[in-house]
Write a protein that binds this ligand. Sequence first.
Ligand code: FCB
Length: 437
Amino acid sequence: MRFPSNFGWGAATSAYQIEGAAKEDGRGESIWDTFSRTPGRTRNGDTGDVAVDHYHRWSEDLDLMRDLGLHSYRFSVSWPRIQPDGTGEPNQRGLDFYRRLIDGLHDRGIEPMVTLFHWDLPQSLQDVGGWENRDTAYRFGDYAAAVFHGLGDQVPVWLTVNEPKTVVQNGYLQGHHAPGCQDPDAAYLVAHHLQLAHGLAVRALRAGGSAARIGPALNLHPCYPADDTPAAASAARLYDGYENRLYLDSILKGAYPEDVLADLGDGSRMAQGIADGDLEIIATPVDLLAVQYYTPYYVTADGAKAPRWPTSQADWQQIHPDGMYDILTRVTRDYGPVPITITENGLPCPDVLGPDGAVDDAGRIAFLRDHFTAAHRAIADGVPLESYHVWSLLDNFEWAEGYDQRWGLVYVDYATQLRVLKRSAHWYREVIRDNGL
Ligand code: FCB
């Protein structure tokens, strides 16, 4: 099985999950600093204060990427490193760190793919309402412009907001992510402001005359009816609206899905918060769509989730590679042939460093093999899929799960910061070398 000759193989990380150096070089505080330092919020009270110390070990980490043969590395810029309080003149030392990283990638022949926002909102902006405050979207547009100005000449692909839906659902519905709210009415207003922020960033890039490409990074979940009843079919349809179409339709069709708007009601804070012209901003044309796929959902007639496939260590993840095929082909069918990159897909495993110095993560290899196969099938069936980034390059801070879940191709011994390529990393190197399986 061979992939197209220009297919890009990569790996992904995000700033708060790997960098550490929480107080260095003028970095401000983010909502994840606040949240993770609040007792009871993360497993074992873990924080990203040190994480995998990538802020200091970036050069060694780039060497690992070169050793794997990666074509592309997707990482995120920490907003509070660039604007410690979320507004104003950029902090040069913050920009310098990413400049060194980007130069180091180019030196090693690896293309940078840069996410502007992977959940680490400056705490100062949270203090004035965070994503519930419409102004935060405009602050994000300004921040994006500062990053484009500081780093843009060396970055071919930008991603705007990582998984707005996870902010909405985990941060504002369930509350197990920062900022830890449980407020459905606020949640969908936040969704709208995140979409607006996305559009403002796209406009900021275009306004600067950049030739770089830009798009959103959406975690998409195929939603299937749990049984054959019409009631389950219609419940799954609405579920799909909340999981997928809310984000896809607004960006790629310039309208929020009617069924979701009707379900939320005219009086909802979201409905009230949509101003004239917002959807034109949100639907500013993008160059590519970044898809993150982890799991399908099966929905019962009463709108509940009914898991069907074995789960991983992450209880929300059912292992179902065909779901990736289904969501990729569906996006191409429903939204036209917009170029797609997979920016996240992966599996947590109970990895241990053996006495022989090896980490045998056979489960991860099987998972990736099956998902690469599904992606290959999607390409054969006409999906313009151009690259694939495994989540994650390194074991890292998995949000509320702290350091308990290991998602990396590279094992990190957190006590010593030693990096060890897992068996999956050696295997992935061969996939990349052969451009296939
Ligand atoms: C995604 C996040 C990423 C990581 C993986 C496991 O939802 O974008 O940061 O936590 O899940």
